[in-house]
Design a protein around this ligand. Sequence first.
Ligand SMILES: [Zn+2]
Length: 131
Amino acid sequence: MSRSITYITGSQLLALRRQPNIAIVDVRDEERTYDGHISSSLHFPSDTFSDNLPNLLLQIKGKDTLVFHCALSQVRGPTCARKLVNYLEESKEDAGIKNIMVLERGFNGWEASGRPVCRCTNVPCKEHGTA
Ligand SMILES: [Zn+2]
């Protein structure tokens, strides 16, 4: 059985993002530092993503839905989501992940639609609702 990657819209994510089973994974590189981020998102830059896959799985323990995004979710977001799918298939690791998704239009679309952007400098982001 092969996992498929599905897409989620910004408005769907806005409604779902506080569910405890969801992890948002930002794979932008240095832009995160300048442009803010979606609150409570994890940061796994695309350039080191493959090396950090085991660490990602540790950090998302207990979550069954992962939502990937980059700036536009056209290249890096889907590529990293695909890397996770391949990794899970090769390692035969289930990890309890049911849904691997990509945020349509990425962070830029999220921000352009006026959705809340967190500008904290915490690593990882600890904001869960104020922004
Ligand atoms: Zn934050």
